[in-house]
Ligand binder design. Structure first.
Ligand code: ZN
Length: 316
C-alpha cells in the first residue's frame, strides 16, 4: 500500500488527507474525518472527487467495511466537501445528514457550482469545468435528513456528535463536537493562515459572530483538540490564536474595501476585488468576489457606501 492517508488517529476519530488540485498545489489539502463509535460509524464530509482514491484507501487502512458506514455528515455544501457524496451513497448505503439551507445545491452539482462561481457577471468568464466541476463527482448524494444546532448523533459507547452551527463562510455550515474526547471538528469557519485566497465569507457580521461563538465554545466545553478541513490538528490555545488571526483577516478585507473606495471614487466591483486581493497578497480569483460583495452590501445597509453609475462611492 502507498503512503498512509490517515494524518490523525486518536480514539474514535481519524483524519483522512486529500490533495487539492489547481492553484493550491496541495497547500490547502482537504481533510475528511471518520468517527467510529461502539455501534455506528460516521464520516464527516466526503471531500473532493480527486481525493476518491485516498478515501478508498482510508476504508482499507482503518479496516472499515464500506457497508458499515452508517452516516455521512456534511459540514457545508462547498464542492471540496461533497465531491464523493454520490460514490459513498452508492457504495455504502449511508444516510446523508446536513443543514437544510443548501440542500438544493448539494442535490445538484451544476447548481452548486454556478451559485458560487457564476453568482456575479464578473465571474461568468470563469470556466466551470476548469475551475470547479472536477472537484465534484459524476453523481450527487442529496441530503436524506436535516440536522440543526444542538442535535446529537449517537454512535454508541459514549461517542456522540453534537451539531454546532458555525455560519458565515457558508450560510449552511455546521461543525461537530465529539463529546467523549471533547474534540471539535469544523471545516471552514476558520481558514488557515496560509490560505492563498481572500477570506471567504457570505456575511461579515455572521462570520464575526461565529468567531465569537467558537471562542466561547473552546472555553465553555473545555475543548481538547480541533480538527479542521484545511489545516493541521490544533489545541484549544492554537485554535484561539487562529480565531484572532481570522478576525484580523476579515477586518483587513473591510479596511481595504473602504480605503480603496475613498481613494478612487467610482471604483468598479472587479477593481475593488483586485486591489483587496493585492493588499493581502492573495490570488485574484472568483471566490474573493463573494466576500467583497457581502461587505459592500453590509456597508450599503449602514449608509457608508453607495453604488452609482456602476461604481462605488463613499458617502459615510
Ligand atoms: Zn468551504
Amino acid at each position: 500500500m502507498s503512503e498512509s492517508v490517515i494524518s490523525y488517529n486518536s480514539g474514535p476519530l481519524a483524519t483522512v488527507s486529500m490533495g487539492l488540485p489547481g492553484d493550491h498545489e496541495g497547500k490547502t489539502a482537504t481533510r475528511v474525518f471518520f468517527v467510529r463509535g461502539g455501534e455506528k460509524t460516521a464520516l464527516i464530509d466526503s471531500g473532493l472527487y480527486g481525493g476518491l482514491p485516498s478515501l478508498k484507501q482510508a476504508f482499507e487502512e482503518l479496516g472499515v467495511e464500506r457497508q458499515d458506514l452508517d452516516f455521512l455528515l456534511l459540514t457545508h455544501e462547498h464542492m471540496d466537501h461533497v465531491g464523493n457524496n454520490g460514490w459513498l451513497k452508492e457504495e455504502t448505503g449511508c444516510e446523508i445528514l446536513g443543514h437544510s439551507a443548501r440542500a438544493d445545491r448539494v442535490a445538484d452539482n451544476m447548481l452548486n457550482a454556478k451559485s458560487i462561481v457564476h453568482a456575479f457577471p464578473e465571474g461568468e468568464n470563469f470556466d466551470l469545468n476548469e475551475e470547479y466541476l472536477d472537484w465534484m463527482g459524476p453523481t450527487e448524494g442529496p441530503i436524506d435528513k436535516f440536522i440543526k444546532d444542538g442535535d446529537v448523533i449517537d454512535l454508541g459507547n459514549g461517542v456522540e456528535l453534537e451539531v454546532v452551527e458555525v455560519l458565515g463562510h457558508s450560510m449552511a455550515e455546521v461543525g461537530f463536537f465529539e463529546r467523549s474526547t471533547r474534540t471539535l471538528v469544523i471545516a471552514d469557519p476558520l481558514l488557515p493562515t496560509f490560505n492563498p485566497v481572500l477570506y471567504l465569507y457570505e456575511d461579515p457580521n455572521v462570520m464575526r459572530a461565529t468567531f465569537d461563538k467558537i471562542e466561547r465554545f473552546l472555553k465553555e466545553r473545555d475543548v481538547q483538540a480541533v480538527l479542521l478541513a484545511h489545516d493541521e490538528v490544533k489545541s484549544a490555545a492554537e485554535t484561539q490564536e487562529l480565531v484572532d488571526d481570522c478576525r484580523r483577516r476579515v477586518d483587513k478585507v473591510e479596511e481595504s474595501i473602504l480605503s480603496h473606495i475613498k481613494a478612487e471614487p467610482g471604483i468598479s466591483f472587479l477593481d475593488l476585488r483586485d486591489k483587496c486581493c493585492d493588499d493581502q497578497d492573495m490570488v485574484r480569483e472568483w471566490r474573493a468576489l463573494v466576500s467583497i460583495d457581502a461587505s459592500l452590501k453590509d456597508f450599503s445597509s449602514k449608509g457608508l457606501v453607495e453604488q452609482r453609475d456602476g461604481g462605488w462611492h463613499y458617502v459615510g
